[in-house]
Design a protein around this ligand. Structure first.
Ligand SMILES: [Zn+2]
Ligand SMILES: [Zn+2]
Length: 413
């Protein structure tokens, strides 16, 4: 048995892990969004693919596998639906940017034809392997994948959140021999959630009570629903205007009550919020005293750019997630002008950053990995510093640990 790292090793983005044995199984096959989209390495042969969750860094290049063959692809049902939404949007975006693509709408259709939905803890046999998904607690439908083959159980966390969020109860503990784990925050912990939420709510209230606009850029899948529900829980849903992919993704999530905690609260918050359907409706949202929850979370396109240049002087921008390098979000954090329609624009509106991460922090990750019972741990989905630091710590604790780079292969005994 060999594991080849096609992407997402020593980096965040374009995740792709190929289990090579009698049958070849690809775990995730995503893209990395940078100035130019980056893709994972191309495999020779793939018999099956498992998508851990809908985010494009895990799902965004799966359709390209249908240019090489016709693998069966497994994921939870909401993952397929949400990934389809995000991938369609990325195809549109690339056409607009005149960027060449590794696949088109036809390949996405092929993928949906060859999709096989799995519920959590439902076993499926593929070739000589048994595949199982468990709740990863990260976003709606997110899964930890276990593959049992050749008397060995290999598990892959995908993106993992151990402690509960409002909409997810936290990851189920996996048990395995070899664990491939994400390492995004292997070097630091997140602030306590309860405190963070009360600070966020106080700050949003202060802005809107003062007739400013609270602009909250969010990722369409996950963060949008979590933030909407947090605002709803604090009786602010009526003030919310929801725009762009954030609204569409929330509608899909609402079709899967069994994949969400506090479903009633999400549904109620969505019902109370105003969904923007047409461009003309945006002026109403820009009246002082409103909260605008909209994509893109890293300010790299989407309706948020429509709003950000039109805020009144009492407004505030609330960043709620990771801002990758070379994005407008990172430029804002670094007090640099944003790039909107190819032009540099200085944004005078003050901003704050709230760490609403849907990834496990250092302490949770360490506990989770130990709880798996695995002797071999492979650290991926983190920058080089994080994956190396994590694997060094694991070696010190007596594990056989690796921090592979893209293109590396690990042979399992
Ligand atoms: Zn994710
Ligand atoms: Zn990820």
């Amino acid at each position: 048995m060999e594991i080849e790292f096609m992407g997402g090793a020593g980096e965040v983005g374009r995740s792709g892990i190929l289990l090579k044995g009698e049958t070849n199984i690809m775990l995730d096959y995503g893209i990395k969004i940078d100035i130019k989209t980056e893709y994972p390495l191309k495999p020779k042969k793939v018999d099956a693919c498992v998508i851990s969750h809908a985010h494009l860094d895990h799902s965004g290049n799966v359709p390209a596998l249908y240019r090489l063959g016709s693998p069966q692809t497994f994921a939870t049902e909401p993952t397929f639906r949400l990934a389809e939404l995000l991938i369609k949007d990325s195809i549109k975006l690339n056409k607009k940017k005149h960027e060449s693509m590794k696949f088109g709408n036809k390949d996405l259709t092929m993928l949906m034809h060859r999709s096989r939905s799995l519920g959590y803890n439902e076993e499926v046999k593929f070739g000589n392997a048994i595949i199982t998904l468990q709740d990863a607690g990260h976003i709606c439908g997110s899964a930890i994948t276990s593959v049992e083959t050749g008397g060995m159980r290999i598990a892959y966390t995908g993106d993992l959140k151990v402690s509960p969020q409002l909409l997810h109860k936290g990851a189920e503990q996996v048990e395995c021999d070899v664990l491939i784990t994400e390492s995004t925050y292997a070097t630091r912990d997140h602030p306590g959630r309860e405190n963070l939420i009360s600070q966020f709510i106080d700050s949003v209230k202060e802005v809107i009570d003062n007739r400013g606009i609270a602009l909250v850029p969010v990722f369409a899948v996950g963060r949008a629903q979590e933030i909407l529900t947090i605002l709803g829980k604090h009786h602010l849903a009526e003030k919310v205007f929801l725009d762009g992919m954030a609204a569409k993704a929330t509608e899909i999530v609402l079709e899967y009550p069994e994949y969400v905690s506090n479903y009633g609260l999400l549904k109620d918050s969505m019902n109370r919020a105003t969904v923007i359907k047409k461009h003309e409706e945006r002026s109403a949202a820009l009246e002082g005293g409103n909260i605008i929850v909209t994509t893109a979370g890293m300010l790299n396109g989407g309706p948020v750019l429509n709003y950000i240049t039109r805020l009144n002087e009492r407004s505030m921008i609330f960043l709620t997630g990771y801002q990758a390098e070379n994005t407008n979000g990172r430029r804002l954090l670094n007090d640099m002008p944003l790039i909107i329609d190819d032009q540099k624009r200085h944004i005078p509106t003050p901003f704050v950053f709230y760490d609403f991460s849907a990834h496990a922090g250092q302490e949770d990750l360490r506990k989770y990995v130990k709880g798996s019972g695995a002797e071999t741990i492979i650290c991926v989905h983190g920058d080089e510093e994080s994956t190396l630091d994590f694997s060094n710590w694991l070696s010190g604790e007596g594990f056989t640990a690796y921090a592979p780079k893209v293109g590396d292969t690990i042979r399992l005994k």
